[in-house]
Ligand binder design. Structure first.
Ligand SMILES: [Zn+2]
Ligand SMILES: [Zn+2]
Length: 135
């Protein structure tokens, strides 16, 4: 069980399960959405996400049809994204977590889109798109 909250603390979440396929995504959408060099995201079972408080402060933005980025309307923190094509899982923004986690990132993705000032120094595999194991 993992706990997390947005920057202002209004949106509090609990993850009642594991996080899988954690990657650092360097695509331009994740860079703009996070305001940083890359976003670190992992899959959770959608039934495992519990919005403990602040449900009314969650809003979503769709850059692509059917894909929704959920964030806190008060502080702007990205929380998770959902895809209408696959309602069984969500993509969690790992920076939202306060708990230490067992799982570890497996790769850097979309490195062909990375910021030219970002030096990749972690010893992780690098892919121009999704990691090959992504289902
Ligand atoms: Zn907030
Ligand atoms: Zn991305």
């Amino acid at each position: 069980m993992y706990l997390g909250k947005c920057l202002c603390g209004e949106v509090q979440i609990k993850i009642n399960g594991e996080i899988s396929d954690i990657i650092h995504c360097h695509c331009s959408l994740c860079r703009k959405n996070s305001g940083t060099a890359f976003a670190t995201n992992g899959f959770i079972n959608s039934l495992d996400l519990e919005i403990v408080s602040g449900k009314n402060s969650l809003s979503s933005f769709s850059f692509k049809p059917g894909k929704h980025r959920h964030f806190c309307t008060n502080c702007g923190s990205p929380v998770y994204s959902s895809n209408e094509q696959d309602p069984t899982r969500y993509r969690l923004r790992l920076g939202i977590l306060d708990s230490d986690i067992e799982e570890r990132p497996i790769s850097h993705n979309f490195v062909s889109s990375k910021a030219n000032w970002e030096e990749l120094d972690a010893k992780l595999p690098r892919y121009d798109s999704f990691e090959p194991s992504r289902k």
